[in-house]
Write a new protein. Structure first.
Length: 169
């Protein structure tokens, strides 16, 4: 009986219809644009200056469609982000949520080994905060993350985090 199930499963896959001539195959995440942020995938120790800021495990999920971040800060904070290329608008998007309930929704572009995101949040008092994050692939295999914010519509920016990711091991 188990052999029959295997044979039936094989026949079902083998008999699946192929796209008709001139018809596009179903979309997937194997294109070069989906691989632009793969340089961040890995198990990392993150330093800010000479201090350990935390550890980050970044994985590829959902057949390579999501770059999934698992952050553990040295002071106990945690968070996760989902990063993906959206072929509908041609942009990268990040959704970040941490253990304090902070949510960031960012979008951006990749160019010359750097992924740059931007977005905004509202404080409880109604103040609009602009965010810009960049991830830069360094020649030595490390990755620099720079996170800046502005509360004056982008006239001035302050650094929230400037860190370098070093592969563990």
């Amino acid at each position: 009986m188990p052999k029959l199930r295997v044979i039936c499963a094989f026949l079902a896959v083998a008999a699946a219809p192929l796209p008709a001539p001139g018809q596009q195959p179903p979309p997937n995440c194997k294109g070069a644009e989906h691989r632009q942020f793969d340089f961040w995938v890995g198990d990392w120790v993150v330093l800010s200056g000479k201090d350990t800021a935390g550890g980050n495990n970044v994985t590829l999920e959902e057949s390579g469609c999501i770059v999934h971040e698992h952050w553990i800060g040295s002071k106990g904070g945690t968070g996760q982000s989902f990063n993906f290329f959206d072929r509908a608008d041609g942009k990268w998007h990040q959704l970040w949520v941490d253990n304090n309930g902070m949510v960031l929704r960012l979008s951006g572009d990749y160019a010359d080994g750097k992924l740059s995101y931007s977005g905004e949040t509202l404080r409880r008092n109604g103040t609009r905060v602009l965010h810009r994050l960049s991830f830069t692939k360094n020649p030595d295999g490390t990755v620099r993350q720079l996170w800046e914010t502005s509360v004056d519509a982008g006239n001035t920016w302050g650094v929230v985090f400037d860190g370098v990711y070093y592969r563990k091991g």
